[in-house]
Design a protein around this ligand. Sequence first.
Ligand code: KIV
Length: 275
Amino acid sequence: MKNTVSTLQKQKQEGEKITMLTCYDYSTAKLMEEVGVNTILVGDSLGNTMLGYSDTIQVTMEDMIHHCAAVSRGIKDIFLVCDMPFMSYQTSVYDAVVNAGRLMKEGHANMVKLEGGKEVCPQIEAIVKASIPVCAHLGLTPQSIHALGGYKVQGKTENAAQKLIDDARAVQKAGASMLVLECVPAKLAKKITEILDIPTIGIGAGNGCDGQVLVFQDMLGMFTDYVPKFVKQFANVGEVMKGAFRDYVDAVQKGSFPAEEHTYKIDDEIIDKLY
Ligand code: KIV
């Protein structure tokens, strides 16, 4: 069954958890489709995991479109959310609508995600008016990393927690149909989830959210530059890959690869006639 804004909303109402993973390429998207993941986020975390940047600030619209379009070709029923990169929506409402439109038209996204609370509500309203579904993102918002002063848990004081609740209400009122909560104390994320009508997706926000998201290289143990506390490694694919790379190097060096079964044949008669 195709996942849509309505089916995700229904999952919240019926208490059925929503699954989301990040993904940035066609082959991985196909694997996620096969196991029935509800939603893929083409996150601007691709700046870290795919492009080797130290943050998400340098990620461009072209990067997002390129990866989102690749993912879209590998899925059928998965709902596709694409991040709006830094400075593609903060600059003006006009920029926000134009760039959200590009992610839909050129990246084939089903929804766009942007970071921020009350300050981006005019952008959310305008994008939604253009018939583009919006996912908001509160808590630790990596595009504001220099303003936040580092990757830290957000909303721990009374004022900060109340601001998060106020921002969550504001983005819902502005028309957002989903909310990502990143690095927020579990009890606060649960409270926000209970207050809101729209689904919340947590990352480092406990299990009281309506769904969960993880960066796929983190949960597969493929990205070890920095492993946050909230990451669970569901497999150690990094070690499996290294083992295979080692075996390949070894086989090529020893001449045992390619073997007979990997080799194309030609008649000896033809070979003998060649000079
Ligand atoms: O870019 C990303 O992958 C994200 C998730 C961490 C929610 O925004």
